[in-house]
Write a protein that binds this ligand. Sequence first.
Ligand code: SF4
Length: 316
Amino acid sequence: MDKPIIGISSCLLGNQVRYDGGSKLMHYLRDTLGDFVDFYIICPEMECGMGVPREAVRLVRTENGVELRTVNSNQDKTAQMIEWRETKMEDLKNIPLCGFIFKSKSPSCAVFRAKLYDTAGHAISGNSGGIFASRFRELFPSIPVEEEGRLFDNGIRENFIERIFAQFQWKQLIEGDHSLNRIMTFHARWKYTLMAHSPVGQKELGAIIGSAKPADSESVYSEYFPRFMKVLEQPATVGKNANVLEHIMGYFRENISSDEKAELVDLIRRYQDHLIPLIVPITLINHFVRKYQPSYLLDQNFLNPHPLELMLRNHV
Ligand code: SF4
């Protein structure tokens, strides 16, 4: 893998696969994120044999559970979808996916908010995940998923893409030998990112590795990663990021002049006051890292978590 592979609902890339022959192109995904990831494209409704164009479907709560039914003719498409879906899930076990971006509100693809109807066709309270996306989450709980609509939120977008690149690094790590040394190096590189999400989580992960013996390394790998991804799911806040910046500043205590220190302290304070984005103090710190080469910081993901061109930290 040269780039992370991301699953994506086909219509989001502009493919005309929706029930009415249209698409739901999201330019950011195709034209910006698409330069840094490879997409694995899926349209559950088309690929399970419903064709394009097709009668629209919706989720209907029945006495047998939630079914996928056509809107006008009330045909039950559940079995057709599930048969295709289960084969597809087996295929996906062999694809090193680092994330999945699903189309919101779709009865097949939504992650959080597909509408539910009763058998008379009335919308009822509550939402459901789509019939494909829900099963994906069940089988691949550590793979980050998002809906395209939520990616307009700068914080959610930054968090999601950070987790994609975390998955990518992990998948590269586990291709090699599963020694304790390698996972310790991985953990060290993510130390300050983990601290920005959850200082408690960062310590707990450190304890898993710190107490392990070489003979346990396989079980450490299995235990570590799901918990690592859970920690990254917790939002990094301005306060926690500022705390990390202050920790990192300590590495330069012996090197930087009092003027340089005052400038960095001032930038961290302005960031805390929401006057400047995170990228500003990070840029100055990266300048000091290049200048003074503190070995522990050279590979810290917190300082370079994803491609700069995505400009994700210009808005958080
Ligand atoms: S939302 Fe999903 S099922 Fe509907 S057109 Fe898009 S990819 Fe296909």
